[in-house]
Design a protein around this ligand. Structure first.
Ligand SMILES: Nc1ncnc2c1ncn2[C@@H]1O[C@H](COP(=O)(O)OP(=O)(O)OP(=O)(O)O)[C@@H](O)[C@H]1O
Ligand SMILES: [Mg+2]
Length: 349
């Protein structure tokens, strides 16, 4: 039986936010309401100076606020505190006639506290589950990218290099007919061209510089490639003291920049693209801005079958490592995608 009850109460649900000053302010509001009610009852000769139900109804405000902010533990603690503070009033001689009403209303306040608090906790747990699953999904996606990159590198790229070498040998062989030499040379440069493109795909799937050289270098390389393959004029600003960050933060920042830059290339019709990376005391700030056509960010919140997943993915990636994503854009005013990550310690080793 106790085990069944324990299963109903999720871990952490009974933890009170005792260190949060706002929690104590809420309790102070409850004290204020109870004191006001008691004072009116003591000082007024009229037993019904305040319309019945009003003081108890006032308690719903701090109880609901506590539920929204702190979940079940906060709302139930506030409701119990309110009930305790109501006791002196219930014992007043001329208030005896109202005891029944007050007790019913206080029971209602406690019921509201339990109901709202429980549902807020359930909602938070569901959100945490979605976040955990999204995190796992992104991790699986990264592992899959890594595997494909490895296979492309170890097999396809090696085969192409081998093919280019064979064609080169055939072209330069003295026994090769002169009529074939031109064709062989062209085939070799095509093989090298395909290898170059494939290498870019591999770099996109698994940026090698990120793990070895860090975020700044990897981003510079990625931006240089983007400038080469598009007509964009790109620039990168790095401020603050550069340092290595935990791999998951570097990967999140890199993937966000990658998606934001790809969006500029695909949608913005921009001339300029700038990437800013700021290593600040408040954490890491990444901003990808363009001077293109812009768009209405409110559009992203409307459900649509053709809606892309890039922006959603960027936000999830930032939030999973404790960061935040902000999108500033308006039609004709360019777009700025900013991701901030809280201060993080340098990984050991
Ligand atoms: N830099 C930008 N300039 C102009 N419009 C943009 C920019 N970035 C995003 N958008 C608009 O926001 C929409 C949503 O972007 P999102 O990255 O979520 O999806 P997508 O790029 O269309 O598809 P996906 O990223 O899933 O391949 C885009 O379709 C585009 O209309
Ligand atoms: Mg996109």
């Amino acid at each position: 039986m106790p085990g069944r009850w324990r299963a109903l109460i999720p871990p952490g649900a009974l933890r009170l936010p005792l260190r949060d000053i706002r929690f104590w302010l809420v309790q102070a509001v409850v004290v204020g309401i109870a004191a006001l009610h008691l004072a009116v009852d003591l000082l007024s000769a009229e037993p019904d100076a305040i319309p019945a139900g009003i003081p108890v109804a006032l308690l719903l405000a701090p109880v609901s606020y506590a539920a929204l902010q702190y979940g079940l533990a906060g709302s139930v603690a506030t409701a119990i505190w309110a009930t305790l503070l109501w006791l002196p009033d219930l014992l007043l001689p001329h208030d005896q006639g109202h005891i029944g009403n007050d007790v019913i209303e206080l029971t209602l306040v406690i019921a509201v506290a339990v109901f709202v608090g429980y549902h807020i906790d359930a909602e938070r747990r569901a959100r945490a589950d979605v976040r955990r699953l999204t995190g796992q999904l992104l991790q699986v996606q990264e592992e899959e990218r890594r595997r494909i990159a490895q296979e492309l590198h170890d097999e396809s790229l090696q085969l192409l290099a081998h093919l280019a070498r064979s064609l080169d040998r055939m072209e330069t062989s003295p026994s090769a007919p002169a009529s074939l030499a031109d064709g062989l040379g062209e085939a070799r440069s095509q093989a090298l061209d395909i290898a170059g493109r494939l290498r870019a795909v591999v770099a996109g799937l698994r940026p090698p510089a990120l793990e070895q050289l860090g975020l700044t270098t990897a981003l510079r390389g990625f931006l240089a490639d983007a400038a080469e393959t598009s007509a964009l004029c790109t620039e990168m600003h790095v401020t603050g003291k550069e340092k290595r960050l935990p791999p998951e933060v570097e990967l999140a920042a890199f993937r966000i920049a990658q998606e934001a830059v790809n969006n500029v290339i695909r949608h913005a019709d921009a001339r300029k693209l700038s990437v800013a990376l700021a290593f600040e005391a408040a954490g890491l700030r990444l901003c990808v801005a363009d001077d293109g056509c812009g768009f209405d960010p409110a559009r992203l919140t409307r459900p649509s079958p053709s809606r892309g997943l890039g922006m959603l993915g960027m936000r999830e990636r930032a939030e999973i490592v404790g960061g935040r994503l902000t999108i500033r854009s308006a039609p004709g005013q360019g777009t700025a995608v900013e991701a901030t990550f809280k201060p993080v310690s340098t990984p050991s080793g």
